[in-house]
Ligand binder design. Sequence first.
Ligand code: DHK
Length: 151
Amino acid sequence: MAQTIYILNGPNMNMLGTREPDKYGRATLADVEKLCRTTAERFGFALVFRQSNIEGELVTWIQEAHAKKAAGLVINPAGYTTTSIAILDALLAVQLPVIEIHITNIHQRESFRQNSYVSKAAKAVICGFGIDGYALAISGLAGLLGIKEKH
Ligand code: DHK
């Protein structure tokens, strides 16, 4: 049976495409999902792809990933990156391999964007590649899990 991975997106990621396109580009969240589905398929992963503007919903989905025995999780915590102890605690509680991703290079931006709580629970962090970072996160996760490309 295919292993499942979760890709979770935090607040305002539903605004991709029109949100500060100079920073986040013109691709929409639907485009990101399409890219993730194509990439996940290459590695034989089943994919759960979600976005929420609500912190607690993200926490619930992290717990769900664990309950459903997901193989790993990719998260763009967006604005909750530097504020959410609840998301950090959920990630620590479930002990899944986690890749943190940001579309922009947060280290080139305001200092308040740089101190990530989520990084404390992440195996790896990808930032600055635009939406391609999602594809890199999935292939990196596959590498961590010892899964090779199927075709
Ligand atoms: C997305 C956000 O919404 C911001 O709050 C982060 C991140 C950066 C991104 O680059 O994907 O600071």
